[in-house]
Design a protein around this ligand. Sequence first.
Ligand code: FES
Length: 357
Amino acid sequence: MSEDQIAVHDPHAKPATYVEPEAADRFENPGLPPHRPRRADVDDDAAKRAERQVTTLFGLSILGTLGFIVAYFLVDPELRASVLVIGYVNLYHVILGLTLAMSLLGIGLGAVHWAKTIMPDTEVVEERHLQASDEEARNEAAGVLSQGYRSAQLHRRPMLLLTAGGALGLFALPLALQVAGGLGPLPGDALEHTVWRKGMRLMIDPSGTPITPEMVSQGSVIHVLPEGFVGESSHGEDGPSALEIMEAKANSSVLLVRLNPEQIKSQKQRDWGVDGIVAYSKICTHVGCPVALYERQTHHLLCPCHQSTFDMTDDCKVIFGPAKRPLPQLPITVEDGYLVAVDDFAEPIGPSYWERG
Ligand code: FES
């Protein structure tokens, strides 16, 4: 079309991608690429070698599972060892983890190797057909299955079947042990207590400095952890483990604030503090976020997760938000010039669902 010609739209014109039906019929099915046999298909020695490798992998899985069961009953759960950089690690958990990994890995690698080297390797084309099969088709399917079983030569490889069955069967045992109690000891009353004890000093988190009353000025808030539980790593063989320190940080963190004693509304709150210095659990009683915002003008503590707001001058009662009970107060006193706990919290810290029922 020249530049001075005007293009006219033809409503009956066919789109450029249109393909005549006959042309579609003429499209040829490219079919499957030629089948390339694997070494194990054409070489008996290679097949035997692959079979040995698969049985070895399943055998390793069996050893791993048996090792797990033996370790589960015979190794001391408190067995620990010092490892460079990491600190003290619980060897019991390491052994259980390694044996379970060996058990799983043996089954997985064995199954993959079996499928890639020994299982029948013929491409199959399944034509679309009606879902329902007639009697004849079902018989035919059964014939194909039994033919597959024969061509896999499972009847000639009893060791392979035995080890695969053994690996899979035994692997159920660790799971049963886990369900039967291996998920750890029952918590007992652990959820109702923290690590705070009588005489335990309040330490600044994260510096680990013990706190004197003079260090707590009005309007400031100090983040506090119990003595012995500050820092990241284990405190030696007799001290708390790294895990216990993490647990303490999760449930024993405290916020320390100095209020004007005249502003404090409750006598109990005054008695459990020191000259207006009060300590409250940092764990929100809604769903356990750390309560971290202190409004120095209003003496409100705010939880950043769902905006629960607690009034520090009134026993940390909830004045806004979804939390249902006040933050628990840690009773404190002064010993040798330092702030120490009088006891653990008098009630469970954190989410209120402990109190349900
Ligand atoms: S966790 Fe604090 S308000 Fe929800």
